[in-house]
Design a protein around this ligand. Structure first.
Ligand SMILES: C[S@@+](CC[C@H](N)C(=O)[O-])C[C@H]1O[C@@H](n2cnc3c(N)ncnc32)[C@H](O)[C@@H]1O
Length: 255
């Protein structure tokens, strides 16, 4: 089912659609491009770059307008970092809407934005030597995630609009698909969301948010948490859980 939208101009001049299905804007009205840059590019990609990543795999919850994907393409080219970008979308924007978006005009990559929307679903495409891309036309709840990623751009509509996407079953799924020391970033700083992230195993940081939001969230799949529990690095948390379920009780190192 496509989501048909009207476009609103946010405070930095960039468009944000209004979802007909959920009756909310796709981005902050204080600036769509500004918000994406702060939450996903800076708190996600620049954070990993500072931690010496030379290639980065990304899973995005909610392709939407393609703005995060476009900003990531530009970032990958500028920093010459190999990026593999996977994104999921249940209710694609209509072609009429994507054709009107002013991101290409503002950022200068109209053809890339056009191709991100036009390309086939579920096929990995090399947009450039630094940017490969695959989008899935599915609901996150029913999607069987097989790959591992370094960062999750968690960009669902707000907990008020889509409460089920901010609960532990989905957040646990996000934890499982991350590599160790990988991060999940989100514009949301709600207490219940942060508690749910901790419940599924993340270390949670509240960091300064984009205009109009005091804080946002970065959650880290912290290897030291597993290490401090006395488990050797060869045993991943998933292996530990699987083994416990299977009734194996001798996987803890040291004895
Ligand atoms: C906040 S918007 C994302 C904005 C987008 N990242 C961008 O750069 O424009 C949330 C997106 O999630 C999509 N969505 C909502 N529920 C979903 C679900 N259950 N599975 C997959 N996508 C979903 C919506 O259609 C919408 O495109």
């Amino acid at each position: 089912m496509p989501d048909n939208q009207k476009l609103q101009i946010s405070e930095d001049g960039s468009h944000t659609p209004i979802s007909e299905i959920f009756q909310v804007t796709y981005h902050s009205i204080h600036g769509a491009i500004t918000e994406s840059n702060v939450v996903f590019i800076d708190a996600g990609l620049n954070f990993l770059l500072k931690n010496n990543y030379s290639s980065i795999s990304i899973f995005e919850m909610g392709f939407g307008t393609g703005l995060n994907a476009l900003l990531t393409y530009i970032w990958a080219e500028k920093n010459q970092v190999n990026v593999d970008y996977h994104t999921i979308e249940a209710y694609p924007v209509s072609k009429d809407t994507s054709d009107q978006l002013n991101y290409g005009e503002i950022l200068g990559y109209q053809e890339i934005l056009y191709q991100l929307h036009k390309c086939d679903w579920e096929i990995e495409i090399n947009f450039s030597p630094y940017f490969s891309f695959c989008k899935y036309h599915q609901e996150l709840e029913n999607f069987d995630l097989k790959s591992k990623y370094d960062v999750v751009f968690f960009d669902a509509f707000s907990p008020a609009s889509q409460p089920q996407l901010w609960e532990t079953p989905i957040l646990g799924k996000m934890y499982d698909i991350l590599n160790y020391n990988g991060v999940l970033v989100s514009y949301c700083a709600q207490g219940a969301f942060k508690r749910n992230l901790k419940t599924v195993g993340f270390r949670v940081e509240a960091i300064p948010g984009p205009p109009g939001k005091r804080e946002m969230t970065r959650a880290i799949k912290d290897l030291s948490k597993v290490k401090s529990a006395g488990i050797t690095e060869e045993f991943t948390f998933d292996v530990v859980l699987e083994s416990i379920i299977a009734g194996v009780d001798t996987i803890i190192s040291g004895d």
